[in-house]
Design a protein around this ligand. Structure first.
Ligand code: AP5
Length: 209
């Protein structure tokens, strides 16, 4: 299965991808995770991306497209993948299309997880991640167990200010890829409000089980 998860920041893409990749046996490819790893490792790419990410801006297409297309070409992604956070501009969507056509493969679905803007800031500012297991928690909606609480970290771009900038980028630059995939007959809309389990059920149903 070749799937793209789209949605605003905090829609639950990372939370749901972690569950779905186990079910479908495909790798989770998150450009946000790849960029954060590059920042942490202090690579040239990470140094370039860091300031954009902290401010809630998009990292330039020229940087992200090469990184994502290379990752999709790796051995574990030949049987399928779940893309999370890529593409998020029209040029990225076109570049992905060209790379998949050149490889002679097609997408199965593009799933849009819909969550109203009014719910996003609370989801983002309450997010904490376990650096050991990578499990995503929320202080209120998905509280961490006491034994991991001390080691949880908060993302640098999970401030209210950066979150609002990311939402504006989503509506200005990422939302235009929705009609692009709708025209290809690939788009499936899923309500992202409700418990994470309820959202997983809707996603599985949208993907055909
Ligand atoms: P990225 O890491 O992709 O961030 P994002 O798209 O803003 O999405 P998030 O990771 O914030 O949210 P999510 O939808 O995964 O939600 P989650 O499951 O964690 O990108 C970060 C940055 O990297 C970008 O701003 C940009 O700078 C750069 N970047 C990345 N890709 C790029 C690209 N292609 N081009 C250019 N730049 C790029 O959930 C959020 C919280 O809500 C959690 O605490 C969770 O526990 C909670 N939650 C989840 N589901 C529910 C639910 N059903 N009910 C209540 N709470 C819930």
């Amino acid at each position: 299965m070749r799937i793209i998860l789209v949605g605003p920041p905090g829609a639950g893409k990372g939370t749901q991808a972690a569950r779905l990749v186990e079910r479908y046996g495909i790798p989770h490819i998150s450009t946000g995770d790849m960029l954060r790893a590059a920042v942490k490792a202090g690579t040239a790419l990470g140094k370039e991306a860091d300031a954009y990410m902290k401010a809630g801006d998009l990292v330039p297409d020229a940087v992200v497209i090469g990184m994502a297309v290379e990752r999709i070409g790796e051995a574990d992604a030949q049987k399928g993948f779940m893309l999370d956070g890529f593409p998020r501009t029209r040029p990225q969507a076109e570049a992905l299309d060209a790379a998949l056509s050149a490889a002679g493969v097609q997408l199965d679905a593009v799933v849009l997880i819909e969550v109203d803007d009014s719910l996003i800031v609370e989801r983002i500012t309450g997010r904490r991640t376990d650096p050991e297991t990578k499990r995503i928690y929320h202080l209120k909606f998905d509280p961490p167990p006491a034994e991991v609480a001390d080691r949880l970290v908060q993302r640098k771009d999970d401030t209210e200010e950066a979150c609002r900038a990311r939402l504006a980028k989503y509506h200005g630059e990422t939302a235009p890829i929705i009609p692009f995939y709708e025209d290809k007959g690939l788009l499936k809309r899923v309500d992202g409000v409700g418990s994470p389990d309820a959202v997983t059920e809707r996603l599985v149903a949208a993907l055909g089980g």
